[in-house]
Write a protein that binds this ligand. Structure first.
Ligand SMILES: NC(=O)c1ccc[n+]([C@@H]2O[C@H](COP(=O)([O-])OP(=O)(O)OC[C@H]3O[C@@H](n4cnc5c(N)ncnc54)[C@H](O)[C@@H]3O)[C@@H](O)[C@H]2O)c1
Length: 320
């Protein structure tokens, strides 16, 4: 049977494709290469177990699959990851993000319902907005401004979660929602505005690292390999239809500490430049992962030093 990965040419999706192929699965990657990159999947393009479809989840899914003669009924599991996810894209592509997470997610759930496939929907910690509860457990409903600068993404994912619950209740669709918290690692886009690649490129190029605000805001960073284990555990577990689980790291680090770690790791002479905090960026976010630990037997295993090291190696190779 076959796994469909939407957004499979992106950062998280391409690592997921690697992992599924490594464990002998047949994989179809559906991606419009909006924020994804061919180079993330090019090592699979000549494999018979891998099919790439250049398509958009907002279009008819059955039609997109038929261009590559895929039998829709062969698909038994769908990892639905398609969506731009970087803060820069929230500003430049808000309509695309909103429609991908509404029409696109509706299309995927309808298709899954038609072919009787299980779905994992990639939601985000952004649905918690600027949280008043810390750390954030799954029951916390969040604090989101529907008109704020991140709202196309935040409200888009919140609608996606609502659709997941609705398809489960109305059609019995087996859809599980993962709320991904900040994840980092090789294959992130260097210029997409996320903190780890931004700091690394600034450091490697000998420029000052830009810290927004006073740098005391925190992030909890999960290495990509841990994220992939979490997503696969959730997809394969029993008893999660209609349910939601946080997948993220509980190790909180300030942006100042992260900047200093990256300066030390790269050996750069760069310093830190402080700029005003952009509107609506959350000061703190950290998952409560007790549900994932208790029910999936999952927790992060890779420490930040190792993860940053691997990520830096990747970016140095890219720059060469
Ligand atoms: N990386 C993180 O830290 C993080 C955190 C929370 C949630 N997520 C979620 O994980 C998923 C993957 O994120 P990522 O970091 O890999 O981002 P990414 O931008 O690297 O990957 C997203 C992929 O989806 C594709 N895509 C976007 N819109 C599409 C559409 N309409 N049709 C088809 N393909 C489309 C892009 O081309 C890209 O390949 C997203 O749903 C995101 O919301 C990621």
């Amino acid at each position: 049977m076959t796994r469909l990965v939407t957004g499979g040419a992106g950062f998280v999706g391409s690592h997921l494709c690697d992992s599924l192929l490594n464990s002998g699965k047949q994989v179809i990657c559906l991606d419009n290469i909006g924020s994804g990159q061919y180079r993330n999947i090019e090592h699979h393009l000549d494999k018979k177990e891998f099919e790439f479809i250049n398509g958009d989840v907002r279009d008819d899914i059955g039609k997109s699959l038929s261009t590559e003669s895929v039998n829709p009924d062969s698909i038994d599991r769908i990892y639905h990851l398609a969506s731009r996810a970087s803060p820069k894209d929230f500003r430049s592509h808000p309509i695309e993000i909103a429609t991908t997470n509404s029409q696109g997610t509706y299309n995927i759930f309808s298709f899954a319902n038609d072919v009787d496939a299980r779905v994992l929907f990639a939601s985000t910690s952004e649905i918690y907005g600027d949280p008043e509860v810390h750390p954030q457990p799954e029951w916390y409903a969040g604090n989101v401004d529907p008109r704020g600068p991140r709202s196309s993404y935040q409200e888009g994912k919140r609608l996606g979660e609502s659709l997941a619950v609705s398809f489960y209740k109305e059609h019995g669709l087996d859809v599980r929602t993962a709320r991904l918290f900040n994840t980092y690692g090789p294959r992130m886009r260097p210029n997409d505005g996320r903190v780890v690649p931004t700091f690394m490129f600034q450091a490697v190029e000998g420029r000052n690292l830009t810290v927004y605000g006073d740098g005391t805001q925190t992030r909890s960073l999960l290495y990509i390999a841990d994220q992939i284990h979490g997503l696969r555990r959730l997809m394969d577990a029993t008893g999660f239809a209609g349910d939601v689980v946080n997948i993220g790291s509980t190790a909180e680090i300030t942006i100042n500490e992260l900047a200093k770690m990256i300066i030390q790791l790269t050996g750069t002479r760069s310093g830190i430049t402080y700029e005003p905090l952009p509107e609506n960026g959350p000061p703190r976010r950290r998952p409560d992962i007790s549900k994932a630990v208790r029910r999936l037997g999952w927790k992060p295993t890779i420490d930040l030093d190792y993860g940053l090291d691997q990520t830096l190696l990747y970016f140095e190779n890219q720059m060469r």
